[in-house]
Design a protein around this ligand. Structure first.
Ligand SMILES: Nc1nc2c(ncn2[C@@H]2O[C@H](COP(=O)(O)OP(=O)(O)O)[C@@H](O)[C@H]2O)c(=O)[nH]1
Ligand SMILES: [Mg+2]
Ligand SMILES: [Zn+2]
Length: 286
């Protein structure tokens, strides 16, 4: 059997990139469909038959996201606009937590900087992320230079609200892509949600998935302790001396101390507490 990677899914047709870089249209064989639902990014074993190419097996995933459904990514870029839609550290942090929880490297891309002044207060939030150890890029339609070199040899996924500028960003890197953006979809009268399926595009020497915006983020499947252990702000601060510590009530907890002394972002800590509540409550909409 040969190995390849799913780069696009349209209903039950899977586009697989083979070892020679050829794009093949495949179907999923029955036993695969029983095993699990194939997603973009999946490494698969496939077989060429006379009349079709069949995916026989989905290889073990090194990581996976649910929303968007994608597997085996190296980095997830949270695309957040300065305005339209409004900048939100709550949303950034919820995405940061979900991405780190999934064992994927998060990166922040702040778009539409052309629409705000250089002394806008949100630059303090950006500084806060940088101080916490996150990689942050600032872009706008006229200037994407700073983020141009991060894609090489990596599988990346863009995530963020509808309208944040994800498709615009990818179009700026490769004009031939012509991904539909909100402006173009309005012109065509197709409403707001323009990116309908998940697909990997070859850009900047790597592969990037554009994804639709989401209407909700689901925290119901998260384990509270694993969340606490996956938050980079806490990890960078050294480990808490208590085992199984959620860093909430425990006296002498190093993370709480770090927050009190201003060495851990109080915003992130507050958002962490909120997400713990959401986990307790079960399902949630943002
Ligand atoms: N002024 C400005 N507008 C932008 C920028 N990036 C995207 N837009 C606009 O924002 C709207 C939404 O962009 P789109 O790429 O469709 O967002 P997506 O839903 O995240 O893919 C479109 O009208 C874009 O032209 C930017 O850097 N500056
Ligand atoms: Mg889009
Ligand atoms: Zn603790």
């Amino acid at each position: 059997m040969e190995q390849g990677r799913i780069i696009k899914i349209i209903s039950n047709r899977y586009e697989v990139l083979d070892a020679n870089g050829q794009r093949l249209i495949c179907v999923a064989m029955g036993k695969v469909r029983k095993q699990k639902v194939p997603v973009v990014g999946d490494i698969v074993l496939f077989e060429r038959f006379e009349d079709q190419i069949g995916i026989q097996e989905i290889c073990e995933r090194k990581n996976e996201l649910r929303r968007p459904a994608i597997a085996n990514v190296d980095q997830a870029v949270i695309v957040m606009s300065c305005v339209e839609p409004a900048f939100s550290t709550t949303l950034i942090d919820r995405l940061l937590f979900l991405i780190a929880y999934a064992n994927i490297k998060p990166i922040l891309c702040i778009t539409k900087t052309d629409l705000i002044s250089k002394d806008h207060p949100l630059y303090q939030d950006i500084e806060d992320y940088r101080n916490s150890g996150y990689e942050v890029y600032e872009t706008n339609i006229h200037d994407i230079e700073s983020i141009a070199s991060i894609w090489k040899d990596k599988i990346s996924v863009l995530t963020g609200q509808s309208g944040a500028g994800k498709s615009t960003l990818l179009n700026s890197f490769d004009g031939s892509l012509q991904l539909q953006t909100q402006a173009t979809s309005k012109a065509l009268g197709r409403g707001k949600h323009t990116t309908r399926h998940c697909e990997l595009y070859e850009i900047g020497g790597g592969w990037i998935a554009d994804t639709p915006g989401f209407s909700s983020l689901d925290f119901s499947h998260l384990d509270a302790q694993r969340l606490a252990d996956s938050i980079l702000d806490f990890q960078n601060h050294g480990s808490c001396k208590f085992r199984d510590c959620l860093h909430i009530h425990e006296p002498g907890c190093v993370i709480r101390q770090g927050v009190e002394e201003g060495r851990i972002s109080s915003t992130r800590y507050q958002h962490y507490q909120e997400v713990l509540q959401l986990i307790k409550q079960g399902k949630v909409k943002y």
